[in-house]
Design a protein around this ligand. Structure first.
Ligand SMILES: [Zn+2]
Length: 341
C-alpha cells in the first residue's frame, strides 16, 4: 500500500495511519451499482478499501447517465453490464486494490457465495426484497451493512450492526409492499440526492472499517435536499421490541429458492426471469436460434434481442430481463419459447 496516495485522509486524526491500514485490509461488497452503488464503489476504491466486490444484475441504459457518473456513452454503446463497466473504471482509478465484478442476481441461492466473505455490505439496491435478504444474511453472519435509499429529492440511511442495535426489520417490521414503495423509475431522482446518500453511507462504512465503531451513526437519518431539512430518528427503543430475526434467529428471506422465478421490475414495464437450474448458456447457439426471427446481438456478457414491442436481455447463467410486459405469465412463456424452460 502506498501511503502517500492516502495522505489526505491518513493525516486526519479521525483515520490516522492505523485506520488507513485497516481500510486496506477490509473487504467490502457493494450490492447494486446504480445511482447509489456506483458512487459508493468509487469513493471506497479511492479511499483504498483493499478488497471490493461489485455486484449488479443489470446492464446500462441511457437514462442512467443523468446521475451515475461512473458510466459514459462509450459503456452504453458496448452494451456493458454495470458491474463490468464499473470494474474497468475503478481499475483505472486505483490499481493497488483488488476489485471483483459479479454480474449476478443476489438471492437466497447466491448470497453466501457473493457476500459470505465481506466485512461490510453497502446497499446500492433499489428494492426492499433484496434489502430484507441482505438484512437476514447480515444477522445470520454478523456482517454489518449500510442501508441507503434515495428517491425524488429525499434520501435515507441507516447502519445495521447485527446484535448491537436494531436491524432494518426491527425498524420497518414488514417488508413494504411494492405498491407502497416510491421508486426512482416512477418518481424520478435528482443526482445530488443519490450522491449525498451514497456519501453518507460510505462515511459510516469508513468509520466502522477504520476501527472507530463508536463514531458510527446510531440514528435513522433522513434528508430532503429540496427543503434542506434533515432528521435523525432514534431507534434505540426498538431494542425492547426486536424483530423475529433479532429475537429468535428466524431468517425467512434466506430460504433458498428453486426453479424459475419471475419478478416484475416495478415501473420499468419489465420482468426479470431467474432460472436456477440453467447451465451456462451458449450465446452463439442461442444467436443462431433467434437470428432471422428477430434482431439479435451479443457479446461475452449478454445477448440482446428485439421483436415487436419486446426487448429481451439474457445473461450467461440464464437470467433474463424482458421489457415490454409486466405480466409474469407472459414473460415466463416468452422465456420458455425463446431461451428454453
Ligand atoms: Zn431486527
Amino acid at each position: 500500500m502506498s501511503l502517500s496516495r492516502y495522505s489526505r485522509q491518513s493525516s486526519l486524526r479521525e483515520i490516522g495511519v492505523e485506520g488507513q491500514k485497516k481500510l486496506s485490509a477490509s473487504k467490502v461488497a457493494v450490492v447494486g451499482l446504480g445511482a447509489l452503488g456506483s458512487v459508493s464503489a468509487e469513493l471506497l476504491a479511492r479511499a483504498g478499501i483493499g478488497h471490493l466486490k461489485l455486484i449488479d444484475r443489470d446492464f446500462l441504459e441511457l437514462n442512467n447517465l443523468q446521475r451515475q457518473v461512473m458510466y459514459d456513452e462509450e459503456d452504453l454503446k458496448l452494451n456493458l453490464p454495470k458491474a463490468v463497466a464499473a470494474l474497468a473504471k475503478l481499475k483505472k482509478i486505483n490499481s493497488e486494490i483488488s476489485i471483483q465484478a459479479e454480474v449476478a442476481d443476489l438471492n437466497g441461492s447466491t448470497i453466501e457465495e457473493l457476500l459470505g466473505d465481506a466485512h461490510l455490505i453497502i446497499d446500492g439496491t433499489d428494492n426492499f426484497e433484496t434489502r430484507f435478504l441482505i438484512n437476514d444474511f447480515s444477522l445470520f453472519k454478523k456482517i454489518p451493512w449500510v442501508y441507503g435509499g434515495a428517491v425524488g429529492v429525499e434520501g435515507m440511511t441507516y447502519v445495521v450492526l447485527p446484535g448491537e442495535r436494531p436491524c432494518l426489520r426491527c425498524v420497518f417490521r414488514e417488508m413494504p409492499r411494492p405498491e407502497e414503495v416510491q421508486t426512482c423509475d416512477l418518481m424520478g431522482i435528482l443526482a445530488p440526492v443519490s450522491h449525498i446518500v451514497a456519501s453518507l453511507q460510505v462515511m459510516e462504512a469508513m468509520k466502522f472499517l477504520a476501527g472507530k465503531k463508536e463514531a458510527v451513526d446510531k440514528k435513522l437519518r433522513t434528508i430532503n435536499l429540496w427543503t434542506r431539512e434533515s432528521r435523525g430518528i432514534s431507534v434505540e427503543d426498538l431494542r425492547n421490541n426486536p424483530c423475529e430475526g433479532c429475537a429468535k434467529q428466524d431468517y425467512p428471506y434466506l430460504r433458498t429458492q428453486q426453479g424459475t422465478k419471475a419478478v416484475s421490475l416495478c415501473g420499468r414495464n419489465a420482468v426479470q426471469i431467474v432460472n436456477y437450474s440453467h447451465d451456462k448458456l451458449d450465446f452463439k447457439q442461442l444467436f443462431e436460434k433467434l437470428h432471422g426471427v428477430m434482431k439479435v446481438e451479443y457479446n461475452q456478457y449478454l445477448l440482446k434481442c428485439e421483436w415487436g414491442d419486446f426487448e429481451m436481455t439474457v445473461f450467461p447463467n440464464g437470467r433474463a430481463i424482458i421489457k415490454g410486459t409486466e405480466d409474469l405469465g407472459q414473460a415466463k412463456s416468452i422465456y420458455a419459447k425463446y431461451v428454453g424452460a
